[in-house]
Design a protein around this ligand. Structure first.
Ligand SMILES: NC(=O)c1ccc[n+]([C@@H]2O[C@H](COP(=O)([O-])OP(=O)(O)OC[C@H]3O[C@@H](n4cnc5c(N)ncnc54)[C@H](O)[C@@H]3O)[C@@H](O)[C@H]2O)c1
Length: 404
């Protein structure tokens, strides 16, 4: 790679489009300190979708086989945004072909695959390649602000955490079977949205060291099979067949975080009617408490014990240029202009390009490593084993290698 960077996105579904827009907009965050970014190809096995997405987001071409992207000399950076079971083969192929890879969460569908991918990433790093996993919510200014308040002692040490990610995308039995409903217990809501909730809780409270109280339920055990290509939320034609669902519609567990003194409870669902994207996290700390809600991402609730009981309680803090990610990053970086989930992908993409090009002028923390992705999956795996054993307490390796 020399005077420009060629990018491609594999997977043109729901999150793939967020990646396409993100590579397009990333150079405009924090000034023009990056080499030009070329939007080269969109890869999807469903050709009409790949073609349409390439047109919509201004990519020069589309491909229907990821191997064409791996082989292309004009592509340097690739997002992998397909079903979790497909991550390993595609990521390993891209790394072997010399690409820098940003892979979606969870890193893979199994611990074995995730660990193999981390080994491939280590080998690629030795050749100067970057491989990162998209822990997108780490880019939310509200969560970054709460983290600052924990670290600068405004809030102080986290005592306990309560988090939930309630979604409703599976709440109707008419929602057809898809890759999200395939696999063993733990590969359902836990892997899909629990992977996000776990790293969000860790972002604020420190790494998970042990889990207990794992509990899953599958509430809709058969789903209709769709005819043809169907994306989430789209009306489907059915074949008349049904497929069995074994993985979790709902999952909950408790965890110990950080040095072992912070504890918390996390709960996820894909059958929580009326909650399309209900990620809420609340931390209770030495000096107060804070709360962030994905459906109101431009604000946080903050309560400080020093306010005393007469003026105590949550205050609404509207995020603006004094908080992370806003000043110099957003096109209009004025107070009170709002913030959305799509923007997190832009900052994630920008941080990736900064790392690939060695650009150090931006104030962005790097994206999560594949080792972080393996740890995330080790937490989810421990939750699945806890659930299988009636709620046992199980230790989890941290990225430093220590247990609780
Ligand atoms: N970071 C986030 O906020 C976020 C949000 C949603 C999904 N995700 C992750 O993104 C990934 C994709 O999820 P999604 O909701 O976009 O899925 P999706 O089902 O909407 O889209 C997947 C696309 O991949 C295509 N595809 C299937 N096999 C392929 C192959 N071999 N090569 C190329 N394309 C292929 C399908 O045709 C489909 O268009 C998952 O890992 C998911 O966990 C992350």
């Amino acid at each position: 790679m020399s005077d420009s960077i060629g990018v491609a996105v594999i997977g043109a579904g729901m999150a793939g489009k967020a990646h396409m827009a993100a590579w397009r907009n990333a150079p405009s965050l924090f000034g023009s300190t990056l080499p030009p970014v070329r939007l080269v190809s969109i890869g999807d096995v469903y050709e009409p979708l790949a073609a349409q997405a390439a047109r919509r987001f201004g990519y020069a071409r589309h491909d229907t086989d990821w191997r064409a992207i791996a082989a292309a000399d004009d592509i340097d950076v690739v997002s992998v945004v397909v079903a979790n079971t497909l991550h390993r083969e595609i990521v390993e192929g891209l790394l072997a072909a010399g690409k820098h890879v940003l892979c979606e969460k969870p890193l893979a569908d199994s611990l074995e695959d995730a660990r193999a991918m981390a080994s491939a990433a280590d080998a690629a790093a030795a050749r100067g390649q970057t491989a990162r996993v998209g822990f997108t919510y780490r880019r939310a200014p509200g969560l970054a602000a709460i983290k600052q308040f924990v670290e600068d002692s405004t809030l102080g040490r986290v005592l306990h955490v309560s988090g939930r990610y309630w979604t409703d995308y599976g709440s109707s039995p008419e929602v057809p079977f898809s890759w999200r409903f395939a696999g063993a217990p733990g590969t359902g809501a836990l892997a899909d949205v629990g992977s996000h909730l776990t790293y969000v809780a860790e972002f604020l409270a420190g790494e998970v060291r042990s889990v207990n109280g794992g509990l899953f339920t599958t509430t809709i055990t058969e789903r209709p099979v769709a005819a043809g290509h169907v994306l989430r939320g789209q009306q489907a034609q059915f074949t008349g067949e049904v497929a069995t669902v074994d993985n979790d519609d709902y999952a909950t567990f408790n965890a110990r975080f950080g040095g072992g003194t912070a504890v918390g409870s996390l709960e996820v669902s894909r059958v929580a009617a009326a909650h399309p994207n209900g990620l809420v996290i609340e931390v209770f700390c030495e000096n107060g408490a804070a709360r962030w809600d994905q459906e109101r991402p431009s604000e946080i609730g903050l309560a400080l014990r020093s306010d005393g009981s007469r003026l105590g309680g949550y205050r609404q803090v509207v995020l603006g240029p004094e908080h992370p990610y806003v000043a110099g990053g957003m096109a209009m970086d004025a107070p009170g202009v709002g913030w959305g989930q799509n923007q997190m992908f832009e900052y994630q993409a920008r941080a990736f390009l900064d790392e690939v090009t060695g650009n150090t002028t931006d104030p962005l923390p790097a994206n999560a490593t594949f080792d972080d992705g393996v740890h995330n999956m080790e937490v989810l795996d421990a939750v699945a084993r806890s659930a299988a054993s009636g709620g046992a307490s199980l230790d989890v390796r941290t990225t430093e290698g220590a247990n609780a």
